[in-house]
Design a protein around this ligand. Structure first.
Ligand SMILES: [Zn+2]
Length: 335
C-alpha cells in the first residue's frame, strides 16, 4: 500500500472508532492529529526509517509450504482460522466462499514464514503496540487526562520528558502501517510473483491508490491543511469506492495478543494470495515461478473483475478494522 492508502486507512479507523463510541477518550487524543497520518502512517516505508531494518521489504511475513520438524505446529485449519479471526473480518467469509480453490487438502498442509532478522511483520506490530502503551503511561498532563486511571510515578518524570498527544498519535499511525500491511497478500506470500516488481504487487497497490485518490497525499493533508472535520468526512466518502459497509462495531481481538493476532492475519493474507493466484496454476517454491500479472488475473473477463472488486473490498475493510481493533485493544489495557 502506498502513502495515501496508508493515510486513509489510519484516518478511516479513527472515524470507525468514533462512530462506535467505545473509546471516546482515545478519539479525543487522536482526532485533532488525524492529518498527521499522512506522515506517521507512512514513516515505516520511508527511506530513512528503513535504515533501521533491511532496505526493501523490511516488514513482511512471507509464507510457503513447510517441510521441517514439528509440522503440526504450522497447520491452521480453515475452521480454526475463522474462529480466531472472527466473522466481522470479511476475509473469513471470503476464504469460505473460495474453498473450491483452497480445498481441505490445502488447509491440512503446514505453512511457515521465515523472515530475515528485523523484517518480521508481527514482531514490528507487537513492538510498537507495547511502545504505544508505554508512551501513554508517560503522557503529559493533557494525555494523563485522557488515559483512564492514575499513573503512580508520573510526578517523578520531568514534564519536559513526557509524551505529547501529537507524538503519541504519530506512533499510533506508525503502528497502523504494520497492521494494514498484514492485510496485503503479497507481504505474506513467498512466491516470486509477489515481489514488488513482478507484475502484481505494485499494480495492486497502484490500483488501490487510484481509488483512494489524492486527498490523502502528504501535500494535501500537511501543506493544504484542511479542517479535521473535512478530513474525516473525505475518509468516509472513500467507502463507496471499495463498496465498504462498516456496521459500526469493532470486535475484540480474540487472541488477546497482537503478535499472535498478526500471525493469524498474515496466514489469512497468504490464503488470499493463494486464491488470487491459485497454487494449482502458480505452484509454491521451490517450483520455478511464472509471474501472475495484474491484468492476467483481473482484467481478462468478468470473473477477474469480480474477483478484484471482492479483493478490494475484503482487504480495505479488514485493514481499517485491524487498525481499529488493535488501537482499541491498546486503549482498553488502561480501563
Ligand atoms: Zn510497508
Amino acid at each position: 500500500m502506498d502513502q495515501r492508502t496508508h493515510a486513509w486507512i489510519a484516518i478511516r479507523a479513527i472515524s470507525l472508532l468514533e462512530s462506535e463510541n467505545k473509546v471516546p477518550q482515545l478519539i479525543k487524543l487522536l482526532k485533532p492529529h488525524a492529518k498527521e497520518a499522512a506522515i506517521g502512517a507512512w514513516i515505516p516505508d520511508k527511506r530513512d526509517a528503513k535504515l533501521g531494518g533491511a532496505k526493501t521489504q523490511n516488514h513482511v511475513f512471507k509464507m510457503g509450504p513447510y517441510a521441517g520438524s514439528l509440522k503440526s505446529r504450522f497447520v491452521v485449519s480453515q475452521k480454526k482460522l475463522a474462529r480466531k479471526l472472527g466473522d466481522q473480518r470479511l476475509v473469513t467469509s471470503f476464504l469460505a466462499a473460495n474453498d473450491h480453490i483452497l480445498d481441505k487438502a490445502w488447509w491440512k498442509q503446514p505453512y511457515k514464514a521465515d523472515p530475515s532478522p528485523g523484517q518480521h511483520l508481527p514482531n514490528r506490530a507487537m513492538a510498537l503496540s507495547i511502545n504505544n502503551i508505554d508512551m501513554l503511561i508517560l503522557g503529559d498532563d493533557r494525555v494523563q487526562n485522557f488515559v483512564p486511571g492514575r499513573i503512580q510515578f508520573i510526578e517523578k518524570v520531568r514534564p519536559t520528558l513526557r509524551c505529547s498527544s501529537g507524538q503519541i498519535a504519530l506512533f499510533f499511525f506508525m503502528l497502523s502501517h504494520f497492521l494494514a500491511d498484514a492485510l496485503m497478500p503479497c507481504h505474506s506470500d513467498e512466491r516470486d510473483l509477489s515481489d514488488y516488481n513482478n507484475g502484481l504487487h505494485m499494480q495492486l497497490e497502484k490500483h488501490w491508490s487510484k481509488k483512494v485518490g489524492t486527498f490523502f497525499t502528504e501535500k494535501k493533508l500537511i501543506k493544504d491543511n484542511p479542517s479535521v472535520r473535512d478530513v474525516l468526512k473525505e475518509a468516509k466518502e472513500i467507502d463507496r469506492k471499495f463498496d465498504l459497509d462498516f456496521q459500526g462495531s469493532v470486535p475484540q481481538i480474540r487472541s488477546r495478543d497482537v503478535w499472535e493476532e498478526m500471525v493469524l492475519v498474515c496466514r489469512a493474507s497468504f490464503a488470499v494470495a493463494s486464491v488470487i493466484a491459485p497454487p494449482a496454476k502458480w505452484p509454491y517454491k521451490p517450483a520455478t515461478q511464472k509471474p501472475a500479472p495484474f491484468d492476467l488475473l483481473f482484467k481478462q473477463n468478468d470473473k477477474g473483475e469480480e474477483l478484484l472488486a471482492e479483493v478490494d473490498r475484503v482487504i480495505m475493510h479488514d485493514a481499517v478494522m485491524n487498525v481499529a481493533m488493535v488501537w482499541k485493544y491498546i486503549w482498553e489495557k488502561f480501563s
